[in-house]
Design a protein around this ligand. Sequence first.
Ligand code: HEC
Length: 155
Amino acid sequence: MRSVLIACSLIALAAGTTARAADGAAVFMQNCLMCHQSAGAGLAGQFPRLAGRVGAIAAVPKARPYLVQVLSYGMSGNVTVDGQPIMGMMPAFAQIPDADVAAVLNYLMTLGKAPRKAPAPFSAEEVQAVRAGQALSATDVHAARATLGIAKIAP
Ligand code: HEC
């Protein structure tokens, strides 16, 4: 399990430095698919489902920076998604340009059940503003997830 995660992280690091991705779906294919699976379906107990959850988080204004932070700084610590505990490590993707972070989040919002209130799309400027703030550690991001109540916003 641990070696699979490490292998995935290395693939992710390698993929992130290759050719510039054209759109959110392409950013996802290159950097996220190997863990979060096709169409963000996730893998129970290993990788959180993103379909139907990223849109729900993005619809809550105070929770939006969390999405940029988890991509930029990674996350480590226990989470529970779809009733399954996950003790995993989300790699940091600081090397993905602001516009591509916005694009991949906008792509993920289109997957799964739409939230009651449609979230505003992310712009490169919004991503840049969050990234201009204090850099967080992967455990800081996990603490922010708990403080924001992400488990309730996007079960
Ligand atoms: C090496 C596997 C791996 C890769 C690659 C990966 N992730 Fe993750 N991701 C995880 C794991 C594991 C977690 C949960 C971390 C934890 O348990 O603290 C996670 C958490 C997340 C979360 C937070 C989910 C929540 O419930 O709070 C988001 C959003 C996310 N990833 C998006 C992405 C995106 C977008 C990409 C591609 C740019 C990506 N991930 C690439 C493994 C990965």
